[in-house]
Design a protein around this ligand. Sequence first.
Ligand SMILES: [Zn+2]
Length: 133
Amino acid sequence: MNEDLTEIGVEAKIYGMPPSVGAVRIRSLGTAERVRNGLAKFGTFLGIALVCVFFPIVHLVLVPLSLMLGLHFAAKTMRVRGRIVSGSVPCPECGEPCLLDAKLAQWPMTADCAGCRRHIGIGPVETGKPSPR
Ligand SMILES: [Zn+2]
């Protein structure tokens, strides 16, 4: 098991509000784990395609569409190199900490504030120096 953790700063943004800054700890994913995540994503779309087979006429569009979307999102998921272990960022609107854990570190991400129910856009803090990838 690959257990090297890195801590990075994240920035929460809501339109019209000054951004707030928090930190998350990210565990690097090994190649096997990234492939497994991608296959799980493709499996979801394969399941949707199999269900769509039973709908006459529309299956001509939905089955190939589901499979193509499955390939697209599986490739996108396989490119994600880390999983957030723990961390939070305060909501720019109300200051309630928004917990980010057990998510793939896929930027930008969104979360909903538990306090004010606002939709928050979350991304890594731009420091100007290249991120260690
Ligand atoms: Zn809030």
